[in-house]
Design a protein around this ligand. Structure first.
Ligand code: SF4
Length: 401
């Protein structure tokens, strides 16, 4: 169990951040904010994929007007993303957003920042001080000669001081870098300096799969050290992928309860009795549509499969042209290989509806014996193969001698 850094709690609308609150997933719309229906459709898609909070750009007056229509219809709290023009932050607050993100690198006037903070305080709206290595304050870039972790943290702390000077403490901070080790180091330094909640992300992580790998590397490293209260994957991809990845990461790390499918599969090997990649992909596609909160295993052979995946709620392993369907490691049905995916999907639905005990009780009475027979034959074949190999080696040794 990770010993989590204690951070000050705050609320972004109905979503609690920091303190004992679950780590939340954020994503950002890529639509034009003035396109109200298009943006709302994306907000709903992001929520469906696992986002708790969605950020939307507020880059002009039309965007601020769009926010005023989007916020009351949104199923999740909306954070307005503000760069350069503090007046747009005021317009976003007027539109009713539940959070603001200010970039200290491009809103640099102290009085403007304080004006926004006073207005946000009156409305009970938190502010994220969102530092990005790519848009670091020019003075700090000159001082440090590069966007090093110390520079990112100094930029964040400077802006935090402006906010604190007007008694504003509903603050979240991010110090995002596109370089994973620099990102990790920046957050570690920041976590020692303040107790405000931290929003984690690797900025400009890029397209899949590299962007995903960088984000997982940076965000997981920190989460496993207990650092981080809310996360975003910044992928050059459909933002639904960001939300899905963020949610899945938290579930895989045991930091959020499983909401959807967790499909595990063996990597396949020479023992495989079926095309595991094909079966796993077909099963994933069919099961994802149902979005059942279970762990399902697809295993390439009955020799090792059911044993290795006995922790899974449900699984299937291939052997001698058949699929052995198992619940918690116990074979309940043997089906023809061509029906493996259909049987898996059908059983997944029943398992969620009826529960493990009921499905074990409903097991085909011949299933265990059939499974054992298949396994025995395969082990025997494997034994024969081993004997052939031993004999081949012996012959080779004799020939050498
Ligand atoms: S379950 Fe069987 S096929 Fe899959 S990796 Fe293990 S031994 Fe190989």
């Amino acid at each position: 169990m990770v010993d989590r850094r204690r951070s000050r709690p705050l609320q972004v609308g109905a979503v609690a951040i920091g303190g004992d609150a679950p780590i939340s997933v954020q994503s950002m719309c890529i639509t034009k904010t003035a396109d109200v229906d298009g943006t709302l459709a994306q907000v709903y898609a992001l929520k469906g994929a696992g986002a708790d909070i969605v950020r939307i750009t507020c880059n002009d007056v039309e965007a601020a007007q769009g926010l005023a229509e989007i916020v009351p219809r949104s199923p999740v709290p909306i954070i307005a993303d503000i760069h350069f023009q503090y007046r747009l932050a005021l317009a976003a607050l007027e539109a009713g957003v539940q959070g603001l993100r200010l970039n200290p690198g491009n809103i640099r006037n102290e009085e403007h920042i304080k004006t926004v903070a006073r207005e946000a305080k009156d409305r009970g709206v938190p502010i994220r001080v969102g530092v990005n290595a790519g848009s670091l304050d020019k003075d700090l870039l000159e001082k440090y000669q590069a966007p090093v972790p110390e520079a990112l943290v100094e930029s964040a702390l400077k802006e935090v001081r402006y906010l604190e000077e007007v008694d504003f403490f509903d603050i979240k901070i991010s110090v995002k870098h596109s370089n994973v080790p620099s990102m990790v180091e920046s957050y570690r330094l920041l976590a020692q300096a303040v107790d405000y909640p931290l929003h984690l992300g690797v900025t400009e992580a890029g397209p899949l799969p590299g962007g995903l790998i960088k984000s997982v590397a940076g965000i997981s490293t920190l989460l496993l050290e207990g650092i981080g209260d809310t996360i975003r994957f910044s992928l050059t991809a459909d933002p639904v992928e960001e939300a899905k990845a963020g949610r899945q990461l938290l579930e895989y790390l045991g930091l959020r309860e499983r909401k959807g499918l967790d499909l595990i599969a063996c990597p396949s090997c020479g023992r495989a009795e079926v095309d595991v990649i094909r079966v796993a992909n077909e099963a994933q596609k069919a099961l994802e549509e149902l979005n059942l909160p279970i762990q399902v295993a697809v295993m390439g052979c009955v020799v090792n499969g059911p044993g290795e995946a006995r922790e899974a709620d449900l699984g299937i392993a291939a052997g001698r042209g058949r699929g052995h369907l198992f619940v918690k490691g116990q074979v309940i049905r043997v089906v023809p290989e061509a029906e493996m995916v259909t049987a898996l999907v059908e059983e997944a639905k029943r398992l969620v509806e009826e529960g493990v005990e009921a499905r074990l009780a409903a097991a085909d009475k011949d299933a265990a014996a059939m499974a054992e027979a298949d396994r025995g034959v395969l082990l025997q074949t494997q034994g024969d193969a081993n004997r052939v190999e031993i004999k081949r080696k012996a012959v080779a040794e004799t020939a050498k001698g």
